[in-house]
Design a protein around this ligand. Structure first.
Ligand SMILES: *Cc1c(COP(=O)(O)O)cnc(C)c1O
Ligand code: SF4
Length: 340
């Protein structure tokens, strides 16, 4: 279960919280409050108490400010509001949709693909996305940071074929920068690891996370750094987010985006093209467009593969190749993400 507090409050000595941590804690957690802010009180009747109890709502205020007032179909709202659609039991939508439990090497490591090892750095996220396949992931003590990184570092040190380490989660940037530095200081002693990749939604949902301390850490890393952000709709990328991207690039990071194809959020050529355009303007190239992982409670977000393929073909006809993300799906046991 993804916890609601940044792990810094549990696993690290207490310091005065920095600004992004205060904003994190100030997130909207009551569906009724969010709906009142947006002038949509009637929508409260469709909120599911069961879904909210199972996977709490969590929305940074700055992200909520990008939603359209009075629009029940707003694409950003749809990603975070626990609707009663989640209560439907649909065959084929399961608890561990991508076989993560099988691939877990312990210590929060998922080593499924050649050359790349993924660390579930932490279970925490600043926002709770309703479609997320990790909503049922039993993190517990399985996160890499929980054991002071020791077990994960031992695993990485023992396998010289690993040239790239991915920090994922949850959201790795929900860890404090000193906690991240603890890991990368040790990682710097493993010369076979040449690239560090961060899979993070924080620069999009809480751009204040990209602060001076984070940038200094990034700029000082000996590895090449790739930051894969996660935005599903052009409206997620406003001016503060674009400025955060510029700072990440100035710190030397290569910026890519992954999105999930979601019914009612970005399931049109116009929405996908607008997302690619906005990303490019912010210095980010589209990388993956994922088919939804079929996790319990997310069936109402699904776009069938045939329709996805059609959308992707039309997108390819409209945009330069470098603005067309790869349409992929994850299949348990496969050697890579599979093209659709
Ligand atoms: C998606 C994923 C990766 C990265 O795959 P790329 O195709 O290199 O982006 C690595 N490890 C795991 C476990 C993954 O799920
Ligand atoms: S999509 Fe990313 S940010 Fe959203 S809940 Fe899942 S892991 Fe967290």
């Amino acid at each position: 279960m993804i916890t609601a507090q940044p792990p810094s409050s549990q696993q690290e000595p207490r310091h005065a919280p920095v600004r992004w941590q205060q904003l994190w804690r100030d997130a909207i957690r009551e569906p009724a409050e969010l709906l009142d802010l947006l002038g949509l009180p009637d929508l409260a009747a469709r909120v599911s108490a069961t879904a909210t109890a199972q996977f709490a709502m969590r929305v940074p205020r700055g992200f909520a400010a990008r939603m359209r007032h009075g629009d029940p179909d707003d694409p950003l709202l749809r990603q975070v509001l626990p609707l009663d659609d989640e209560d439907r039991v649909v065959p084929g939508f399961d608890l561990d949709a991508v076989g993560d439990l099988d691939a877990s090497g312990g210590a929060g490591i998922l080593h499924k693909y050649d050359g790349r090892a993924l660390l579930v750095a932490t279970g925490s996220c600043a926002i709770h996305c309703r479609y997320c396949f990790r909503r049922h992931f039993p993190y517990g003590e399985q996160t890499a940071a929980a054991g002071q990184w020791r077990a994960s570092l031992d695993y990485l040190a023992a396998d010289a074929s690993i040239s790239e380490v991915l920090l994922s989660g949850g959201d790795p940037l929900s860890l404090s920068t000193p906690k991240l530095a603890e890991f990368t200081d040790a990682l710097a002693r493993l010369p076979h690891v040449r690239r560090l990749r961060l899979h993070t939604r924080l620069p999009v949902v809480l751009p204040e996370r990209v602060d001076a301390e984070l940038l200094a850490w990034l700029a000082g890393l000996p590895q090449s750094v790739v930051v894969v952000i996660h935005a599903n709709h052009a409206n997620e990328i406003d001016a503060p987010v674009a400025r955060a991207m510029a700072r990440l690039r100035d710190a030397g990071a290569t910026l890519l985006n992954q999105a999930v194809l979601l019914r009612g959020v970005n399931d049109s050529v116009a929405a996908l093209a607008a997302l690619s355009d906005r990303l490019f303007d912010a210095g980010v190239l589209p990388y993956y467009l994922h088919l939804l992982d079929r996790v319990a409670g997310s069936a109402h977000f699904e776009v069938p593969a045939d329709e996805a393929r059609r959308l992707h073909e039309e997108l390819s006809a409209r945009l330069p190749g470098y603005l067309v993300p790869r349409l992929v799906r994850e299949v348990a046991g496969a050697p890579a993400k599979l093209p659709v």
